[in-house]
Design a protein around this ligand. Sequence first.
Ligand code: NAD
Length: 278
Amino acid sequence: MQEVDVLVVGAGQMGRGIAQVCLEAGYRVALADTQAEGLARAQAALVASVPEAKPRLHALHWPSAEPLRAGLAIEAGPEDLAIKVEIFRALDALLGPDAWLASNTSSISITALAAAVRAPERVLGLHFMNPVPKMRLVEIIRGLQTSDAAIAAGRALADKLGKVAVLTKDAPAFLVNRMLVPLVLEAFFLLEQGQATPEDIDTSVKLGLNHPMGPLTLADFVGLDTLLAISEVLMRDLGDDKYRAPVLLRHYVAAGWLGRKSGRGVYHYDAQGKQVRA
Ligand SMILES: NC(=O)c1ccc[n+]([C@@H]2O[C@H](COP(=O)([O-])OP(=O)(O)OC[C@H]3O[C@@H](n4cnc5c(N)ncnc54)[C@H](O)[C@@H]3O)[C@@H](O)[C@H]2O)c1
């Protein structure tokens, strides 16, 4: 039976980044995805960035038919409750009740995900920032059922990865996105209202607030589908109109303009994800 330390489910930008930092820290990692092509791309990129870790990286088609042992699973699938519940149920069946089960969700309730498995006390949120290798923060989220031992396991992992952990209770979008998402949505409203160009909206935040990146550039970087999903969780679960999504954002997502990952969002990108002129 294949044995690893960490199983990462979802080989998108976040899953790949989490796999990378785990490999760099010396862990044996399995990376899983439903999309064979995306999985192969992520595997190739990981081997290129951490060549010495090649023997410690195992790629897995998800849901997995092969038996696997892992002490910790980190779910990094799409920001969609139904998909995440399905992944958690599959993780429970695959790894049994002794593994720590974490979600990298940006906004979805850890308590609700924990309710889908046999040992909800072993479920926690581990919210990494994008890009994972560069960003030092990890939010550790305590669901209603999460045990102290699970929080300690999350802290131990963050330490080993060289990250700084902050602990938060389970509430929609936790700490970082609860503060960030209203700012990014407001930038979209300004764009929708034609108040300024995207470049000037971004420049005002970069130079006026000393942020490393403007909010519209950041939105493209996060993924507009993910941003919309977070705003919908905030809006639904907190019931405050200030979290509503601008129609322009909905239209971009409906058009498949998801940001850097799809080549077009507010801005345009080349195949390497570099911003280019339209
Ligand atoms: N993008 C960010 O900046 C950011 C930052 C922190 C956390 N997050 C969170 O991390 C998670 C992943 O975000 P992302 O930006 O990597 O998304 P992404 O769209 O880049 O990747 C999602 C991956 O999940 C795969 N997938 C789809 N359905 C699946 C299933 N049923 N089982 C397994 N895999 C499946 C897709 O093929 C894709 O590779 C989300 O919950 C998101 O909210 C994102």
